[in-house]
Design a protein around this ligand. Sequence first.
Ligand code: AMP
Ligand code: MG
Length: 287
Amino acid sequence: MAKNDSGGWQQPAWNALRVGTLGPIAGFDPESTPGFDGDKTLGENLLAERGQRLAALQELLHANGRAGDNRSVLLVLQGMDTAGKGGIVRHVGGLCDPQGLTIKGFGKPTPEELSHDFLWRIHKALPPAGHIGIFDRSHYEDVLPVRVHNLVPQSEWEKRYDLINQFESEIVEQGTTIIKCALVVSKDEQKARLAQRLERPDKYWKYNPGDIDERGYWDDYLTAYQAIFDLTDNDHAPWHLIPANRKWFARLAVCELLIGALETLDLDWPPADFDVETERRRVAALD
Ligand code: AMP
Ligand code: MG
């Protein structure tokens, strides 16, 4: 943690941003920078610096995975339309080596996916050993739009919180460290971002007319998000609220959370599985 008098993190991000620390999502300020004292310039400089730390830790994770360690890290990104999930994938995932990243976006389920239980497509997308996985949307969609629109009966969606907790406990036991981040954008900022998508031909591809309809259910979504935090925030798979009106802060915060998760793994370089002295002599003797 870069804590100093000229600003920076005043508290560890994992603590400052944990849902339980921040209170209900309905009263949360998407402009805020909890735990962080500093402006955009400081935030961007720090991201560049911390990106190097993230990359170094990712290489350690990858090296250990290659040596047979079963551990992995899974970053779950949720957030309303325009909250910046794709930007996190690009700008934080982009700090990592693509060879050690598994990125998966979840859209409306296909007929095949719908013919299985809701976790089927999630299981298939989990990061392999040594990888950092990033989910752009996730199994939580099955208690977000699905709950808001009763896409399955309530008797079915309300069972999913327990099923999700059970599923996450299992994958944690198998060696995956889970960090869950809900990007929170304000209604005004969402309007501005939607308007911008219509002003710029290079953003049309991101515009979905259906997003306007979903915006009409804003409060229902906040209720559905709050239920997730109340029912699925666990120490082994914690939820964080990421204020997302300031993109630089959201990126810095998620980078810091990933670093924190990787540091808890306490990784070291795997030892050589060959005799180093012998191999040095063989290399020295090469023509
Ligand atoms: P995007 O992230 O912009 O590509 O949009 C993906 C869309 O798929 C969003 O409208 C999501 O809410 C929707 N979606 C993702 N998963 C599910 C699900 N399990 N059930 C219903 N809609 C979903
Ligand atoms: Mg979209």
